[in-house]
Design a binder for this molecule. Structure first.
Ligand code: HEM
Ligand code: SF4
Length: 544
């Protein structure tokens, strides 16, 4: 994992001092809220419906057990004893007091963490595959590329005031677990016909109120060209991106309005201007950064399987455990989707359990996932049962990864000032209706995603079933989309028709699920059935 050098440490701690002085000036009334707002946003501090919210960066979703313990301490000391994992792999605290935030940032800095670039119109925290460095079929660990991007983009003077926020995700497998095609820039690490490793650059994807799937900007970019090419792309966006209307300010709108061919020409023209400046990262620097991500000291183990008569353990292994690239090891997903809590919430007690498990069984390494869960990336297969028991005891052992109750959900009306409806209670009602894990397992792969307004933080556009909470004359109602797909076959769902009350919605979902089970062909997932038969038959059972 990347370790701060002196420069990083100095930069982060001077940033804490600077923010402390800004908070003091706000508290004394020297700064108005309007003046303070851009300053706090540069430090990940939002103002929500009831309180401030601090978004802490977890670069490319990688953190260690010491950092997890620190997050647990902050949750107890400054929040209400829990934190929240976001769809961009960060951690949020929902209840900090403004006066405490500089102390929180100081404590975070002591474990090499911060909240820089988790908000504002800059290049945000780069996200990646939560199984990076562990999954069998990756071309290479994508995290060194993410780290190069982090260092390039952090406080980049030219890109601190972009027309709008800018999100980048990097993957190195054919399977997409980071939603690269719904990012401003998505990067796929690939090999060309000559066997050289480079990048496919995708641009102009995004969700929000205008969902658009990204398009290929460059099919194969040699490794050395990464930074100059991205710099050129960002320059074109910075110059031509709209600043007159914030709803049209994302790069996706620019690419759509310009057309991908013309946009590509603009980027290539800018790129040729930049090449003589030689801002590419040298192979030596790439290898220095890559060294930080050297694999842990895996034991030489035989490939093995666990045979168990315990059906709950078997189900958990089927849904939550994945093969590892090293024989004898496995990747363990930790579900943060129990019925009684908001999806992605994790208590300080659970954080400490996870930190202990990481220390004992996973070389102290942890990951946060875009699906709002956690991962122990390197667990010996022979220890899986022990890990399962410990997770069960801490209410994190549900065997529901990728299943109907593994819902992505935004904070909605419970926390968010922009919400038009509640979303957390809807996700809880769905989880409750389908609480039988065996039934969930029978339903199989199902991605439900819920947003509490058209800003789409809960990714409803790409849910197999997407739910959008709206409001009319003071009454909340929920619109349903079907056929979205967050995987490498990225697709936007189709709106089915008028919305429902929460109760009608849950009944309607159950009818669609029953219909799918009735008509599915062997091993067909819900999304495959929707693709085969179309949305119409599902609409019919939804609107009986
Ligand atoms: C009170 C808190 C929040 C506010 C005010 C807020 C506001 C917004 C707004 C206005 C957008 C649309 C931006 C655009 O399209 O340009 C957006 C998008 C988004 N938000 Fe939030 N959000 C909040 C919380 C969250 C949380 C908790 C998450 C993660 C779980 C999240 C994840 C996202 C994501 C992934 C997008 C995706 C759209 C995209 O960038 O393509 N947001 N948010
Ligand atoms: S989708 Fe809307 S309600 Fe949900 S967090 Fe985003 S802005 Fe708030």
């Amino acid at each position: 994992m990347y370790r701060y050098d002196e420069f990083d440490a100095e930069m982060v701690s001077s940033r804490v001092d600077q923010f402390r002085s800004q908070v003091n000036r706000r508290l004394s009334g020297e700064l108005t809220e309007a003046e303070f707002r851009p300053l706090r946003l540069m430090n990940g501090l939002y103002l929500q419906l009831h309180a401030y919210m601090l978004r802490v960066a977890v670069p490319y979703g990688t953190l260690n057990s010491t950092q997890m313990r620190k997050l647990a301490d902050l949750a107890d000391k400054y929040d209400k004893g829990y934190g929240h994992i976001t769809t961009r792999q960060n951690v949020q605290f929902n209840w900090p007091q403004l006066t405490d935030v500089p102390d929180m940032l100081e404590e975070l800095a002591s474990v090499e963490m911060h909240a820089i670039q988790t908000s504002g119109n800059c290049i945000r925290n780069v996200t990646s595959d939560p199984y990076a460095g562990a999954i069998a079929d990756e071309i290479e660990d994508p995290r060194p590329t993410c780290e190069i991007l982090r260092q390039w983009s952090t406080l980049h003077p030219e890109f601190t005031f972009l027309p709008r926020k800018f999100k980048i995700a990097v993957i190195a497998t054919e399977k997409d677990r980071a939603l690269v095609r719904a990012h401003d820039i998505g990067i796929e690490i690939i090999k060309n016909a000559e066997g050289e490793t480079g990048y496919r650059i995708i641009v102009g994807g995004g969700l929000g109120r205008t969902p658009i799937i990204g398009q290929v900007l460059r099919e194969f970019l040699p490794r050395i060209e990464l930074l100059p090419y991205l710099e050129a792309t960002l320059r074109v966006y910075n110059r031509y991106g709209r600043r007159d209307n914030k709803y049209k300010a994302r790069i996706k709108i620019l690419v759509q309005e310009t057309g991908i061919e013309t946009f590509r020409e603009q980027v290539e023209a800018e790129y040729s201007e930049l090449v003589p400046l030689d801002i590419a990262v040298s192979p030596e620097e790439v290898s220095r950064i890559t060294d930080y991500f050297a694999p842990p000291a895996f034991k030489k183990l035989e490939a093995c399987e666990i045979k168990t008569k315990d059906s709950a353990l078997a189900r958990w292994m089927k849904h939550n455990v994945l093969p590892h690239k090293v024989d004898g090891y496995a990747i363990v997903n930790i579900s943060l989707k129990p019925i009684e809590r908001a999806p992605g919430d994790v208590t300080s007690e659970q954080m400490r359990v996870v930190a202990d498990l990481a220390e004992k069984y996973s070389f102290s390494e942890l990951r946060t996932t875009h699906q709002q869960n956690l991962v122990l990336p390197h667990v010996e297969i022979s220890e899986l049962e022990n890990v399962y028991k410990a997770l069960q005891a801490a209410k994190m052992g549900d065997a529901n990864i990728g299943l109907i109750s593994d819902i992505i959900c935004c904070p909605g009306m419970d926390f968010c000032a922009l919400a038009t409806a509640r979303s957390i209670p809807v996700s809880q009602a769905i989880a409750e209706r389908f609480q039988d894990l065996e039934h969930q397992s029978v339903i199989g792969d199902m991605q439900i995603k819920i947003s509490g307004c058209i800003n789409a933080c809960g990714h409803h556009h790409v849910g197999h079933i997407g739910i959008l909470g709206l409001e009319k004359a003071g009454v909340e109602f929920y619109q349903v989309k079907i056929g979205g797909d967050p995987s490498e076959n990225t697709a936007l769902g189709q709106v089915t028709g008028p919305g429902f009350s929460q109760e009608e919605l849950i009944d309607g979902i159950e009818r669609m699920v029953d219909h799918y089970i009735e008509i599915r062909e062997a091993k067909e997932r819900f999304i495959d059935t929707v693709r085969r038969v179309g949305v119409e038959p599902f609409k019919e059972v939804l609107y009986v």
